[in-house]
Design a protein around this ligand. Structure first.
Ligand SMILES: [Mg+2]
Length: 272
């Protein structure tokens, strides 16, 4: 459902919204490199009373670590401003539930904060929670498979098949989930974009009123947010080219060079 908001004449695109959900890689930075102008643009957007929260499929970093990275780029942020797919996964767990975890601190810490009990014994697990884990072993897959075959809830932080490294694409969490799906015959509940759960967790951190997703990927950021009825801004500072954007289905509400484009005047028929 789209809420409506009347921006005053001459208002910027950002001011047509009560809040913005920003993707990180390709929007705020590229790998470890800042995208020029992002810090100043976000400061101007916040100064105009538009709330900002950051949402990432990255499951391996804690919100505090992501916020630290943002501050290094000159963007004021605390862990409360950041929702990772791991945090949204933890919000699906009931306090006291026993979780067998494949994942790093980025997943373990939010689960503990949620009040989950982290266990190693597959016989006692209520939930198997799976996120990117660079220390993954066959023994981890064995225990998770046994727990899933006993009926534990199967949560996956994100479906990304691969993860970019300087030498190329390496197995991402989707690859781990595929191994467990093959071994257990079970399908995971996926939390990250383009599925709704991470978007909804980010939405819950913003004030009432219309919100827009700002991302660099059509298949996750735009497709997922549009499915929830949100407006979308595709920025060309990441993986998507202008040619690809022109062919997108559904088309983004806005196609912008970068986050600074959110400060351009809203079109008179701003579609909120
Ligand atoms: Mg991105």
């Amino acid at each position: 459902m789209k809420a409506s908001r009347t921006a005053s004449p001459g208002a910027s695109i950002a001011e047509c919204y009560a809040g913005l959900v920003l993707d990180l890689d390709g929007v705020c930075y590229r790998a470890a490199e800042p995208i020029p102008g992002v810090a100043g643009a976000l400061e101007a957007i916040r100064d105009r009373g538009v709330a900002v929260t950051f949402a990432t499929n990255n499951a391996s970093k804690t919100p505090a670590a992501v916020a630290h990275q943002l501050r290094d780029l000159g963007v004021p942020a605390t862990g409360d401003d950041v929702v990772t797919s791991s945090v949204a996964t933890a919000e699906l767990v009931t306090p006291g539930q026993r979780c067998l975890v494949i994942g790093m601190d980025g997943l373990r810490e939010p689960l503990r904060d949620r009040g989950a009990v982290l266990v190693d014994d597959h016989r006692t697990a209520d939930v198997v929670a799976v996120g990117m884990d660079r220390g993954l072993t066959w023994s981890d897959l064995r225990r998770a498979t046994l727990a899933l075959r006993r009926g534990a809830r199967f949560l996956g932080t994100n479906p990304d098949a691969t993860f970019p490294e300087p030498e190329g694409q390496v197995p991402g969490n989707g690859a781990t989930l595929a191994a467990l799906t093959t071994a257990s015959g079970r399908q995971p509940e996926i939390v990250g974009k383009p599925r709704p759960t991470l978007f909804e967790a980010a939405r819950a951190r913003l004030p009432d009123g219309p919100v827009m997703m700002v991302g660099d990927r059509l298949d996750t950021d735009v497709v997922g947010a549009a499915a929830l009825g949100w407006d979308t801004a595709l920025v060309l500072s990441g993986v998507t080219t202008a040619d690809e954007a022109s062919l997108a289905d559904p088309p983004p509400t806005y196609v912008l060079d970068d986050v600074g484009g959110l400060l351009a005047p809203a079109p008179p028929e701003a579609p909120v």
